[in-house]
Every structure is written in structure tokens, then in C-alpha cells.
Design a protein around this ligand. Structure first.
Ligand code: NOJ
Ligand code: CA
Length: 559
């Protein structure tokens, strides 16, 4: 594999609204991030992705952009952004922004002009269709990701609809139109020319629709059909993605990571191979495990064996092709420790175990803000406390499916995007040290105990364990193996054991974890040379190799 500058890096996602508030208005901001760069430097991460900070009505927390070339005043100013870039670069950190180009905001100038003149230049930037004069039928039966039809009346035109696969305040951009594509590329280059290091590409698979538009079989009583059905039918996204790469990212040698959900397996090399559209893309296999078109209430919980199978399947598919981005959570998901650890393992030892097994996989490890402290899901007592638009929709879908309101709340509690969006827990002072004002979203009540201040100087803390993992991946003694070594499952059939080898000609490392209370004997392919990392104080050797105690995870160098 051709080496790239970013292969040996560690990446970190910031959700700016909830990271650190510098001016007491309850909303995290760019100055807050800049002030905390030394914290991130000390943690040891290199590449930082900022969720959107552009001008936005925040209908979907900034994933609805009204001006791509300006910073929302709630987050700061363009000077603040320049300062952040400069400070980050002086510390050797790289900054990525979120590239949300499947859709913009209905408050974007393009959409306003499209409403003024649907047949003009800007009308062609969107998907606008005439209403059916006789039957009142909508152009297609697709259901938006956030519920309801994807078609909304075009403001000011009773006889026209526009397409939005997300919220109605997120009209889809028409990528079939070369004029729109060129506008988007100009904007991307404008940012890269300012010194930005790259982008995370939001919802990118949605930019190619199946054309001509048609109905698909309904999958709920609402008579609508999941967008996934249309996307599975769409072909030819590669033309857009390679054009974008050639005209923007490649000439800047920038780093890109795609939010890609449903690529076809044979397309993987096109996406992240040596000549791929992106540098990397996320592994969502464990994240989409157990999903059901009926809605959140029908999802199946994931067990440690399921988790292992998902992750290993991706490793098998990808590790010869390119670098996948490994995560346990992001701003759209519950907290990883609340999801992938069985209840009995939701303690510091279990948190360290989960960290160990995902972080040392082949690919690029990502940490989502607060994950390094072991932040957890937040309890919900009423739907009125919930901010996330997809949680509110899923709550109603659950009620419609016959769940009681308390059952529906439990569903929201498990999957809500608010879980990851509660403010970062800096210390045990009021509002967890996040703001001196009124936080925009509830603080997790566990902050008095679970916060950075309590962990920073405790050598046994989850935080210091993450630091060790980061140091380990960068330690010249192991980095070649951890970055480029092959991946091989070990004892794959052992229940609740997740173990794998990372190997180069020169070195073999074994990563092994026991996702349960009871101890397990683990046989080893060769003798132990060194115990490189252990999430508990002791280590028991056995005839065949070792005894893994409950929730123990180890990294061993083998002979
Ligand atoms: C994926 C983003 O991560 C999510 O937060 C957002 O709601 C959708 N894309 C729409 O932009
Ligand atoms: Ca603020």
C-alpha cells in the first residue's frame, strides 16, 4: 500500500456546539475550540473534524447550510476560523470541515432564487417537479430520513414540489446539473485555498439519485418507501465523485473521509483504493447492525459476538484495499460504551476494553469528543427534553406502531442523537465547566463524577488509557505493525472473545478482549515476548497461553 501522510495519524471529531463555550451564551464556539487545542495536542490526536459551523438556521444543527462561505455568528467569525487554523497548524494539527453538499438550507440564496424563478438558473440547482393536476399524487412515494414525504410544496408555487431526502429545510441539490457542480467545486477550492486540510463528506451517497424517478414498494403503513430503495437503484455516482476529486481534493493533496453507508462491495476500491474518490470512509457495519425499516423501536440490540462479526467482516473486506475509518460513535449515534458493551461491562475496565479492540484495528482510529472520558448516554424522562429531530420522528413512529409513551421514551433513550450531543464534561463545576451560561442542551447528570478534571491526573482513568493507546499506535517500536500490519482474526469462534493479530514480517501483535465476567483461557500461536498493554493490573499465564479475566483486554507482542 502506498504510504500517505495521514496513515499514522489519529483523528478526533468535534461537535462545536457542545465542545466549549467561550462567551457564556450556552453554545460552544470556535474560540472555545481554539482555546482547547492544547488539550487535544496533549491527548495526542492529529486530525480534527469540525461538524458544521457555517451560517445556518440550525434546523438540523448546521447540516442545513445557508451560506457555505461564512461562519454562523453563534460559532464565531471568519477571523476566529482563521485563528483556529493558524493555531492548529502551529501545533501540527490538521483541520477538516464538514462538507454538506447533498443539500443546502431552504434559507440559502440559491433556494430563495429558485423559489423566485423555478425555471431560471437556480431552479435548476434543485429537484423541482410539477404537482399532479388531477389526482394530487406526489411525484414519488419516497420517505424522507426524518419522516414524512420527501416532497414539499415550493414556497410561492402551489403547483410545484421540491425534493428533500432529509428535513424539509434541507432541499436536495441537483448534481445532474454541471452548473451546480462547478459552484460546489469553487466553494470547496475556496476553503482549501484558505489552508483547510480537508473535509468529511456528509451523506455523500445521496448525491446520485435513481433517474428517472419512480415509486418503490411501500414498506410501512404510511404508503411510503425508504430512501434506501431508491439509492440501491442509483448507478453512476463515480462520475460525480471522481470529477470532484480531480477538481478539488487531489490538486490540494487534502484528506477526505466519506460518510458512505451503502456502497456495493465491488465499489470499495473505487471509494478508498489507491486512486479512490476519498482518502477514507467510515465503517458503519456495526452501527447499522439490527436496523429495521419499521423504525428505531424494531431495532435489535447488538451482542459482543455480533459486534465482532461486523467489525471483522469489514476488516476482511477492506484491509487490502485501503484505510477504513474506525469509530465507536459520532454525533448521530448513541455513545459507544452504552451501545457495544453489555450492561455488566459498562465500567471503566469495560470502556478500556472496547477502546482497545476498535482502536488497534487496521485503518484510521477516530475518537468522538468525550469518548476519551468514557461519556455515556443520557437518561430521558419526557419527549419535551429531546432536541434531536430524528428522535422526535422516531418517537412518533414508535407510538404509531402501538408502543406506550414510556416504551417509546426508552427507544429514544437508546438511539437518540442527543446522547452524543450533550456538552463535553470538563469538570465538576456547574454545567460541567462547558459554559457559564445556560447550556443549549442538557448536561448529562453523571458529570459530577465523570469529567476530565477527575480523570486527568488519575493514571488509571479512561482518559489516560486513551492516551496510552494513542502513544502505542505512534510508538516507533509498534507503529509499523499497528498502521500497516495485516489483520487476522484469532479464535474467531470463541463466544464473547474478540481477538486478532496484527502482523508484519518483523513483528506479531495480538489484541485480545474478554467481553464477559467469567475468565477464559486463550491459546496463543506463539510465546509471549512482551505484555504491551493491559487494562487491569494483573496478567495470568497458562499452559496454552493466558487466562483472560472478566472484561480484560491485552495487547501482547508474540515471538
Ligand atoms: C449526516 C449527518 O451526520 C447528520 O447529522 C445529518 O442530519 C445528515 N447527514 C443530513 O445532513
Ligand atoms: Ca458561545
Amino acid at each position: 500500500m502506498k504510504k500517505q501522510w495521514w496513515h499514522n495519524k489519529v483523528a478526533y471529531q468535534i461537535y462545536p456546539k457542545s465542545f466549549y463555550d467561550s462567551n457564556g451564551d450556552g453554545i460552544g464556539d470556535l474560540k472555545g475550540i481554539t482555546g482547547k487545542l492544547p488539550y487535544l495536542k496533549d491527548l495526542g490526536v492529529d486530525i480534527i473534524w469540525l461538524s458544521p459551523v457555517y451560517v445556518s438556521p440550525l434546523a438540523d444543527q448546521g447540516y442545513d447550510i445557508a451560506d457555505y462561505k461564512a461562519i454562523d455568528p453563534r460559532f464565531g467569525t471568519m477571523e476566529d476560523m482563521d485563528e483556529l487554523l493558524e493555531k492548529a497548524h502551529s501545533l501540527g494539527l490538521y483541520i477538516l470541515m464538514d462538507l454538506v453538499i447533498n443539500h443546502c438550507s431552504d434559507e440559502h440564496e440559491w433556494f430563495r432564487k429558485a423559489c423566485e424563478d423555478p425555471d431560471g438558473r437556480y431552479g435548476k440547482f434543485f429537484y423541482i417537479r410539477d404537482a399532479d393536476k388531477e389526482g394530487g399524487k406526489l411525484p414519488t412515494n419516497w420517505r424522507s430520513y426524518f419522516g414524512g414525504s420527501v416532497w414539499e410544496k415550493l414556497p410561492g408555487h402551489d403547483d410545484k414540489y421540491y425534493l428533500h431526502v432529509f428535513h424539509k429545510k434541507q432541499p436536495d441539490l441537483n448534481w445532474e446539473n454541471p452548473d451546480l457542480r462547478e459552484e460546489v467545486y469553487r466553494m470547496i477550492n475556496w476553503w482549501l485555498d484558505r489552508g483547510l486540510d480537508g473535509f468529511r463528506l456528509d451523506a455523500i451517497i445521496n448525491i446520485k439519485k435513481a433517474i428517472p424517478f419512480r415509486d418503490y414498494t411501500p414498506d410501512r403503513d404510511d404508503g411510503l418507501t425508504s430512501i434506501d430503495n431508491m439509492l440501491a437503484d442509483a448507478t453512476g455516482i463515480g462520475e460525480f465523485l471522481s470529477e470532484m476529486r480531480n477538481k478539488t481534493f487531489r490538486p490540494h493533496d487534502s484528506f477526505t473521509v466519506g460518510e458512505v453507508f451503502n456502497e456495493k462491495p465491488e465499489e470499495l476500491p473505487d471509494f478508498i483504493g489507491e486512486n479512490g474518490y476519498f482518502s477514507s470512509m467510515y465503517d458503519f457495519s456495526e452501527n447499522i447492525f439490527g436496523r429495521d425499516l419499521a423504525g428505531w423501536h424494531a431495532y435489535t440490540d447488538i451482542t459482543p459476538d455480533d459486534y465482532k462479526n461486523c467489525v471483522f467482516a469489514t476488516q476482511k473486506k477492506v484491509s487490502n484495499v485501503g484505510f477504513i475509518s474506525n469509530i465507536i460513535e459520532n454525533h448521530d449515534e448513541p455513545r459507544g460504551v452504552s451501545r457495544y458493551l453489555p450492561e455488566a461491562g459498562r465500567h471503566d475496565t469495560g470502556k478500556k476494553l472496547l477502546a482497545t479492540v476498535y482502536f488497534l484495528l487496521h485503518g484510521l482510529p477516530w475518537i468522538y469528543q468525550g469518548q476519551e472520558l468514557g461519556m455515556e448516554n443520557i437518561p430521558v424522562s419526557s419527549i419535551d427534553e429531546v432536541d434531536d429531530i430524528s428522535s422526535i420522528d422516531s418517537y412518533n413512529v414508535a407510538l404509531d406502531a402501538g408502543l406506550s409513551s414510556s416504551e417509546a421514551i426508552k427507544v429514544v433513550e437508546k438511539y437518540s442523537r442527543d446522547n452524543a450531543r450533550t456538552p463535553f464534561q470538563w469538570d465538576d463545576s456547574e454545567n460541567a465547566g462547558f459554559t457559564t451560561g445556560m447550556p443549549w442542551l442538557r448536561i448529562n447528570p453523571n458529570y459530577k463524577k465523570l469529567n476530565l478534571k477527575a480523570q486527568k491526573d488519575d493514571p488509571e482513568s479512561v482518559f489516560n488509557y486513551y492516551k496510552k493507546l494513542i502513544e502505542l499506535r505512534k510508538n516507533s517500536k509498534y507503529s509499523d505493525t499497528l498502521v500497516y500490519g495485516t489483520f487476522k482474526p484469532w479464535l474467531n469462534d470463541m463466544h464473547n472473545i474478540m481477538a486478532y493479530l496484527r502482523e508484519t514480517e518483523a513483528q506479531t501483535l495480538l489484541i485480545a478482549a474478554n467481553f464477559q465476567e467469567s475468565e477464559q483461557e486463550i491459546s496463543l500461536p506463539s510465546r509471549i515476548r512482551e505484555i504491551v498493554l493491559n487494562n487491569i493490573p494483573d496478567f495470568i499465564r497458562s499452559e496454552k497461553g493466558m487466562i483472560l479475566q472478566g472484561w480484560q483486554a491485552v495487547v501482547l507482542e508474540l515471538e
